[in-house]
Design a protein. Structure first.
Length: 293
């Protein structure tokens, strides 16, 4: 069994509970053990790195040091958490002076960062062996057209020379492995505007509108996300988009783990399906009913 240190991040505690539930259930079926970090702290989000560089790196390094103590690589479901901790890990391996300053602070918790582990996004871990995944699919989502939404952060940490940052396919390949039909659309790598929703709401809503329309134009039944902030922006603000622009969007938005869980035969309720603002499309409802029967 593969084991990882699981960093849920702040969002999965409340607003993204369905992401957490579907992550744990899907990991169980895939034979992946996720050991939640004891006493983890916020990764610092984006703003901390513009306010206090030392504090921001220390926040991430504390989580990394706890994972090191367990001898486990870190896996993060949130693209923002993933980006922050991956970038921190890479930076501290190069800047030993900064690492020494951070280790001085970590002594208060009897921790020490050494740079001995890696940081992975959850989609990277769950999609690592598509052949194995296919063998576990019992309820293929064959009638579901999915628009995989990468967002702007999941590809920002450049992890390998062979990774195609302009035309990625790993999300599409994952959706195809569970029997769904991935659709290609123009804005799958474009920012959803989450960082602007407070400071420039009209601009953020405009970005959401463009993304939703792009997915619909490609014939998508549902948008699949891999980040709680992207999911909230694309689903929860549809009413405000409609009010602002006179549109009539009602686009279902689900976490990729929820779609995977359905295909793996996990009951919809255990995946948090049924708590969303926009109802699942008919193809998903049929999949839910087929499994329940």
């Amino acid at each position: 069994m593969k084991r990882f240190a699981y960093f849920p991040g702040c969002s999965l505690e409340k607003m993204a509970q369905s992401y957490h539930l579907s992550t744990i259930e899907t990991a169980r079926v895939l034979g992946i053990e996720l050991k939640e970090l004891d006493d983890w702290n916020c990764c610092g989000a984006t703003a901390y790195f513009h306010v206090d560089d030392l504090l921001a790196h220390t926040l991430c390094a504390r989580n990394l040091a706890m994972a090191e103590a367990d001898g486990l690589d870190v896996v993060a479901p949130c693209s923002g958490c993933y980006k922050n901790m991956h970038a921190c890990n890479a930076h501290l391996k190069k800047d030993r002076d900064l690492a020494d300053h951070i280790n001085f602070a970590l002594e208060e918790d009897n921790l020490r960062y050494t740079g001995s582990i890696k940081v992975h996004h959850l989609i990277e871990v769950f999609g690592n062996d598509l052949k194995e995944l296919k063998s576990k699919v019992v309820n293929p989502l064959k009638d579901l057209r999915v628009a995989p939404y990468y967002g702007c952060q999941i590809l920002r940490p450049r992890k390998a020379e062979h990774e195609d940052y302009e035309r990625p396919r790993f999300f599409e390949d994952l959706m195809a492995a569970i029997g769904a039909t991935p659709v290609d659309y123009q804005f799958k790598l474009r920012c959803c505007g989450a960082a602007l929703i407070i400071t420039n709401r009209v601009a953020a809503l405009s970005m959401v509108r463009a993304l939703l329309q792009s997915a619909l134009d490609a014939g998508a039944d549902v948008i699949a996300t891999a980040c709680p902030l992207c999911q909230v922006n694309l689903e929860c603000y549809q009413d405000q988009v409609n009010a602002q622009f006179g549109t009539k969007f009602s686009v279902p938005v689900f976490y990729f783990t929820q779609l995977m869980g359905l295909a793996l035969g996990i009951p919809a309720k255990q995946l948090g399906i049924g708590t969303e603002f926009v109802n699942p499309p008919p193809a998903m409802l049929a999949a839910c009913k087929a499994r329940a029967a």
